[in-house]
Design a protein around this ligand. Structure first.
Ligand code: PRP
Ligand code: URA
Length: 206
């Protein structure tokens, strides 16, 4: 399973501001959208395209069009902070949702909602979840998607912990991870360190 730690000076700048505890909720939303644009651009770099032509006002030009069904699946709640950017870049994408929530004491994820498009076999499925901590949530979502037939799944995250990467590698095959940072590890509450705190809380001001 491939791990892509995406590096770009703008991405590093945005991530720094997301990490900053002084960044207020409204800025946090804007920055989440902005960093997701850069990550999604990278995660879609090799999706299938078909060559053709297009008529400009002056002449015929070579064209390239996306030639695969793309499905985006944000994990509620925090993944919603990445969906707008995804749809800006891939407006034709179909969208599914997984509602997952970690138990505050055990950090074990529980699934409370699921609505995903059918016929995932031929689609490239992008799971959007900004935090890969223990990997429990991502593993549950990937398992769900593969159980529905998905063969090509990519996780787009913003911050990952080595523990989460290892867990996902151990229990889900053929999943590619795109992230802006591989952090040091988890603390005793299973939060990513240094991380950026609770993404959902910072995104929604809870
Ligand atoms: C966060 C985050 C991931 C999960 C990662 O969601 O968005 O889904 O934790 O942790 P894990 O890798 O240890 O499973 P949370 O459960 O806090 O729900 P929320 O997005 O609704 O706040
Ligand atoms: N979920 C978050 O939002 N942040 C973490 O550090 C871990 C899980």
């Amino acid at each position: 399973m491939a791990l892509h730690v995406v590096d770009h000076p703008l991405l590093r700048d945005i991530l720094t501001r997301l990490r900053d505890r002084a960044t207020p909720c409204d800025d946090f939303r804007i920055l989440s959208n902005r960093i997701s644009l850069l990550l999604v651009a990278e995660a879609t770099r090799d999706i299938p395209t078909v060559a053709g032509t297009v008529e400009t006002p002056l002449a015929t030009a070579d064209a390239s069009r996306v030639a695969v069904r793309v499905v985006a699946v944000p994990v509620l709640r925090a993944g919603l902070g990445m969906l707008g950017a995804f749809l800006d870049l891939v407006p034709s994408a179909h969208v599914g949702y997984f509602g997952l929530e970690r138990d505050e004491t055990t950090a074990v994820a529980r699934r409370y909602y699921e609505k995903v498009p059918k016929n995932l076999q031929d689609a490239v499925v992008f799971l959007l979840d900004p935090m890969l901590a223990t990997g429990g949530s991502a593993a549950m979502a990937v398992e769900g998607l593969q159980g529905m037939g998905a063969r090509r799944v990519r996780l787009v995250s913003i911050v990952a912990a080595p523990e989460g990467v290892r867990h996902l590698q151990a229990c889900a095959q053929d999943v590619e991870i795109y992230t802006a940072a591989l952090d040091r590890g988890l603390d005793e509450r299973k939060y990513i360190v240094p991380g950026l705190g609770d993404f959902g809380d910072r995104l929604y001001g809870t």
